[in-house]
Write a protein that binds this ligand. Structure first.
Ligand SMILES: [Zn+2]
Length: 446
């Protein structure tokens, strides 16, 4: 057994229904076989268990492992393509890079960078948009299993509109998806997600194939995009001849409590009611929405409609892996909405980045907070001495104030340790040798 010692912040109860931040200074968390067995004042737990190994995480804060409900594996190197709306960004930035993952060796190096980015950010669970190529998705699952992250992912499928080398057929999408699901769904910490890219790039026959796969792999997940960009929405409605974007998924039996749809920046009231009725979740990706100018997310309308919402980084339209930054941007967006916005406090941001994500992924009974009985998925946020976050935390007025400073100032660089099932994951990227400083190409080299 291992006894973790430190200051713990988490949100086991939903702040959106009035619950407070739970904080415990100098707590002791006793972990055996990955499960939290006891939690209380360190001195008290230590007295009961004087011989157990202690992992001293005093200073900074221990948070539940972060849960990213929407992030694209093939887009690590596409981060930072600013200045374009969605469809232009896809064509110019994302899709050329995604096509390179047809080479499994290239995909393997991207997978390592991708998983490293998640771990460094303190993300322990993720719903990952895979690649358009089955061997690349295979590589992602293989590497995720080695790293130890909880990953739900799948083959991304499309059969129109995108560049030809990213297209598949309904039969091939089903066969390749089934083969991947048979190997990885329920294997270790991995699960499979049926993943049509978005209705714009998926014909009806392909969505029928997705429905078949969803039915034939019990317990698997469904993820896609919805209502991100007004031009995209209009094109989808015309292509399918439907009233709402959501109808394209509903009409193919793809909506349920295992469904997580990214964005939903421009929903109708009817779509919100249907999402709530189906128990589907929305992955809110605020830096992506801001970077692409997609719009300001109507969180209040989601909440009043009873639609469950969690956070996603949406790398690479999102500007990085850190859900601390996504939390801050979610706060900004609600502020910008004025009277239409839902003012967020630090406890809401932590909840969106942890327990809400766990619930969206059906893992709320296992992870998302650090209660007795949960798995010990956690991160240690410990800024270097003298950094602005360090100064801010040392002068914080209390736990809520400290958490506000974490979201205002925290970065992946402040994550000093990450655990899944009580096992420490490597947090630092492999350092280049001194003779190999970071290089970027100048225009004449491209
Ligand atoms: Zn996305």
């Amino acid at each position: 057994m291992t006894l973790f010692r430190g200051t713990v912040l988490d949100t086991p109860d939903d702040p959106f229904t009035g619950a407070s931040l739970r904080s415990e200074a100098d707590a002791g968390l006793l972990v055996r076989n990955g499960v939290l067995l006891e939690r209380g004042p360190f001195a008290q737990v230590r007295q009961q268990h004087p011989d157990e190994d202690v992992v001293d995480l005093t200073g900074g804060a221990i948070l539940p492992g972060l849960v990213d409900t929407h992030v694209h594996f093939p887009q690590v190197r596409a981060i930072g393509g600013l200045g374009m709306p969605l469809l232009e960004w896809l064509e110019r930035c994302a899709l050329p890079e995604e096509a390179r993952l047809s080479d499994p060796t290239y995909a393997a190096s991207v997978a390592a960078e991708f998983l490293g980015g998640l771990v460094q950010a303190g993300t322990t669970t993720a719903l990952v948009f895979g690649a358009h190529f089955a061997p690349a998705v295979e590589v992602l699952f293989e590497q995720a299993a080695v790293v130890g992250l909880r990953v739900t992912s799948g083959l991304v499928v499309s059969d129109r509109i995108l560049r030809d080398d990213l297209l598949t057929t309904p039969d091939r999408a089903y066969d390749e998806g089934l083969a991947l699901a048979q190997r990885w769904h329920g294997t270790g910490r991995s699960r499979y997600a049926v993943t049509p890219r978005f209705s714009l790039s998926c014909g009806k026959d392909l969505l029928v194939a997705c429905e078949s796969l969803l039915r034939d792999v019990p317990g698997c997940w469904f993820t896609s995009h919805i209502n991100e960009n007004v031009r995209e929405i209009e094109a989808v409605r015309q292509l399918f001849g439907v009233d709402t974007y959501l109808d394209t998924y509903e009409n193919h039996g793809l909506l349920g409590s295992h469904s997580v749809l990214a964005h939903n920046v421009h929903p109708s009231d009817g779509e919100l009611a249907l999402l709530a009725a189906r128990g589907a979740s929305i992955a809110h990706c605020p830096t992506s929405n801001s970077a692409l100018g997609s719009g300001l997310f109507p969180l209040r309308r989601h909440m009043t409609s009873g639609v469950h919402v969690a956070l996603g980084s949406d790398v690479g339209a999102g500007t990085g892996f850190s859900l601390l930054k996504e939390g801050l941007q979610a706060y900004f967006v609600q502020q910008m909405l004025g009277e239409w916005g839902l003012p967020l406090e630090p406890r809401h941001l932590l909840h969106l980045a942890t327990a809400a994500g766990a619930r969206a992924l059906g893992l709320g009974d296992q992870v998302g907070d650090l209660s007795v009985g949960k798995r010990f998925d956690a991160l240690w946020l410990r800024p270097r001495t003298g950094t602005t976050l360090d100064v801010a935390l040392r002068h914080a007025a209390g736990p809520d104030d400290a958490l506000a400073k974490v979201f205002a100032l925290g970065t992946s660089g402040d994550v000093a340790g990450v655990w899944v099932d009580g096992e420490a994951l490597r947090t630092t990227a492999t350092s280049p040798p001194p003779s190999d400083p970071p290089q970027f190409r100048h225009r004449q080299d491209i």
